[in-house]
Structures are given as C-alpha cells and as structure tokens.
Design a protein around this ligand. Structure first.
Ligand code: PLP
Length: 421
C-alpha cells in the first residue's frame, strides 16, 4: 500500500492523462496488458534504452516494448530507413520494392519458411497459420498448451478472461510430452495443427525443453497434423530462432514483434506445399488480404534492421548479456534468501515471486502476487521499467553498465523488503 501510495503521489500527470483517456476508452485502455492498479504510467518518449514518463521521471527500459523494441528507441539506421521511405509516400496502393527484400531476409534466417506472407501483427500471423493448417489437413482441431499466448484472441494464460476465436482447441500441459501424445492420439483423426511457443513468453518465460519440442515434431508427423512454431518472441534467441538452434523444422512458423524494426509487423510461412495455396494465380487460391500487410514503413524498417543491425554477432551478444543478467539476479536472490526467481532464456526473462526453478506453470502455483507487485513498484521508483507481470526483454543499446544498474536496483528493492519477500 505504501509503494502504490508513493507511486500515485509521484505520477499526477499520468493520472490526469488516464482520466482523459477514460472518457473515450474503457478504463482509458486499449492494450489490456498495460493496465495495473492504481493506474499505469504514461510514457512521453524514449531514446536508446531509456524512457521518460509524462511526469518527467527517467527509466532504464528493461521491457523493450514486450520484446518488439529489440533495437531500442531511435536506432539511427532504422530511423534513417523510415525517413527515406517517408519521402516517397506512405501508401502506394500497390506492391512496393521493400517487400521482397524483407521476405528474402526473413527466409535467409528461417529456411523452413520456404514461402511466407506478411500481416500486421503476430496475432494475425497465427490466425492465418491456423487457417492454412485447416485447409491443408481438412481438419479443425488445434492442440495448444496451458499458459500459451499466441495473441489477444488466442490466449491460454490464466491472466484474464480470454476473448478467443471459436476454434476447437485441445489443451495440453506444456513440457509434458507424454500427456500431449496421449491427448493428440485421442484426437488423431482430427488434429489440424500443434501450435506451440518454443519458449512460453507471456506465460512467464518458460523454456520449452528440447526433448519436448523434438517430441512434438515426431508427434505431429505421427498424427498427420502440422507443427506450427510461434516464434513471435523466441525468434530473437538465435539467428535462426529457436528452431534453428534446436535443429527442428516446423511445418509453419509465425513471426512478429521486432521483425518490423519496431513498427507493426507479423509474418507466417513454412512448407511450400502448404503456403502455395495463397498464390493468387491459382484457381483455388486462398485469399489473404490486409490493407497494411505490406506497409512501406514496416517493410523498410524491418529490412534495415535485419540487414544492417541485427547481425549474428549482435544476436549472440544480446542473448549472452541476458544470460549473465539472469545468473546475477538468481545469485542475488539466493544470497538474500528470498523466494524470487528469474526464468527465461537469453535476452528474454521474467521475474517470479517463487523460489524456482520454473519448468511448468505448476511451478508458479502459489506465487506471491503481492511480492511481485511490490518489486514492480520498487523498481519503478528506482528508475527501472519492467512489465507489471515481471517480463523483461533486453534491447541492443544495453551495455554492461545497464546490467549493473538493474542488478543494483533489484538488490536495493529486495534489501528494503527482505523480511516480507
Ligand atoms: N505470439 C506470441 C508468442 C506473442 O508473445 C505475441 C505477443 O505478445 C503474439 C503472438 C501476438 O503478437 P501481436 O501482439 O503482434 O499481435
């Protein structure tokens, strides 16, 4: 209560802005994930890995736009590409020269995407991948996993009442191959696809175990379903995503987030024989429309980022930094003897108010939600911005000093409340 009272006193302008927003939007909100009581902070600007809110407080940005902000704010190369594209007009009512550049660059990293198409979001990419799987298999059922998040209308986390599209979902526990196999074989005549995040992101940064993910490949083959890897978050974990690192070839892959250089983006693609159905020259072509699917800014920014910024070295450096940060945080929690844990892989991680390790959602049962909220507000007060639910995603501008800064802030926050954590 003290922490939230201090927060409210320090953020009068955020409160005012949100009251204005409430006149036109329910709860003043248009992205459910951004809400937390008493009211969420309103940001004014960002630069590199720094953010400033409308009340003038500065923050280390440890959230990185829920992973879409991998390049940090105002990367000069991406900004240059956007400005150059802007000079030639925004909406050209036609194909543009940026699309093939980006598509080929995506394919170079994800060779399993023999053919691919662009969308406006990761959500749409998943919806389209599932539609492609139905058409290809002639089946309707989709296997998904407890704790999965594939978009606002494909959500299986416990967080809020989901507003899901009415598919026939078969829900299996994550990281439990035997259970998935038993469920899938029970529906062997009906599974169109197995849709899986190689690490559950919104579900709490819970890595899929290699045996589990390899086992799903075999399972999909055994029951004639398509294996769909949702790499919207995990694509950043290696040059070719988690599929590349594990040597697994999914039938379809979905991408999003930072691939558009920080602008709206999604892509789905995979096996040529599945994706060819979208070829508009075919008499039986599947229609996939979307006014902004090929919008020049996302295409240009996405290509500039991949081609000129996000090299293989940049990816491994960023993920190594994340590994080191997570080790330091977990070392700190152990030293102080508090029930806190940082899960995840590479540059993606989540703070949890449990002792850990976190292998499945069952390990999060009994999580102390108040302790987690306390940590969130204490970090905000110390100038560190993470997601209310504990998600953190590093961005390229992070250096060693930012890692030190975050560890010091967490240490100070924990020290203040050691008795209750
Ligand atoms: N899939 C995963 C794994 C995600 O984490 C997200 C977003 O957080 C999505 C899909 C949805 O992407 P978008 O928010 O671009 O619709």
């Amino acid at each position: 209560a003290d922490a939230t009272a201090r927060f409210a006193a320090r953020h009068p302008r955020s409160a005012t802005r949100l009251r204005e927003a409430q006149r036109a939007m329910p709860g003043g909100n248009t992205r459910s994930v951004l809400f937390y009581p008493p009211f969420p902070v309103v940001m004014a600007r960002g630069d590199g890995c720094r953010l400033w809110d409308v009340d003038g407080h500065g923050y280390l940005d440890a959230l990185g736009e829920f992973t879409a902000g991998l390049y940090g704010h105002s990367n000069p190369i991406i900004r240059g590409a956007i400005e150059a594209a802007l000079r030639h007009g925004l909406s050209l009512s036609a194909h543009n020269e940026h699309e093939p550049l980006l598509a080929l660059e995506v394919q170079r990293r994800f060779p399993s995407m023999e053919l691919l198409r662009f969308t406006n979001s990761g959500t749409e990419a998943n919806l389209l991948a599932l539609a492609a799987a139905w058409v290809h298999t002639g089946r309707r059922r989709i296997m998904v996993f407890d704790g999965a998040y594939h978009g606002g209308v494909l959500s299986f986390t416990a967080a809020a009442m989901p507003l899901n599209v009415p598919h026939e979902f078969v829900r299996a526990p994550y990281n439990d191959l035997a259970a998935a196999r038993a469920l899938a074989l029970g529906h062997a005549d009906g599974l169109a696809a197995i849709l899986v995040e190689p690490m559950q992101g919104s579900g709490g940064c819970i890595p899929g175990e290699p045996d589990f993910l390899h086992g799903l490949r075999a399972l999909a083959d055994d029951c004639g379903a398509l294996l769909v890897f949702d790499e919207v978050m995990t694509s950043r974990l290696a040059f070719g995503g988690r599929q590349g690192a594990l040597g697994i070839t999914p039938d379809l892959t979905t991408l999003g987030k930072y691939f558009g250089g920080g602008l709206s983006f999604g892509a789905f693609g995979g096996r040529g024989d599945v994706m060819e159905r979208f070829d508009p020259r075919r008499p039986d072509a599947l229609a996939h429309a979307g006014t902004f699917n090929n919008n020049v800014l996302s295409m240009a920014a996405g290509y500039a980022g991949l081609a000129r910024v996000l090299t293989a070295d940049a990816i491994s450096g960023l993920n190594l930094r994340g590994e080191l940060l997570r080790e330091r945080l977990n070392g700190l929690f152990a030293r102080r003897g508090v029930a806190l844990h940082c899960s995840g892989m590479g540059s993606l991680m989540n703070l949890h108010a449990v002792a850990g390790p976190v292998r499945t959602r069952a390990d999060l049962q009994g999580e102390d939600a108040r302790a987690k909220t306390l940590l969130f507000f204490e970090l905000l007060e110390r100038g560190v911005y993470i997601a209310h639910r504990g998600l953190m995603a590093l961005s390229l501008p992070w250096g060693d000093s930012e890692v030190d800064e975050l560890v010091s802030a967490v240490d100070a926050a924990v020290a203040r409340h050691e008795a209750v954590l």
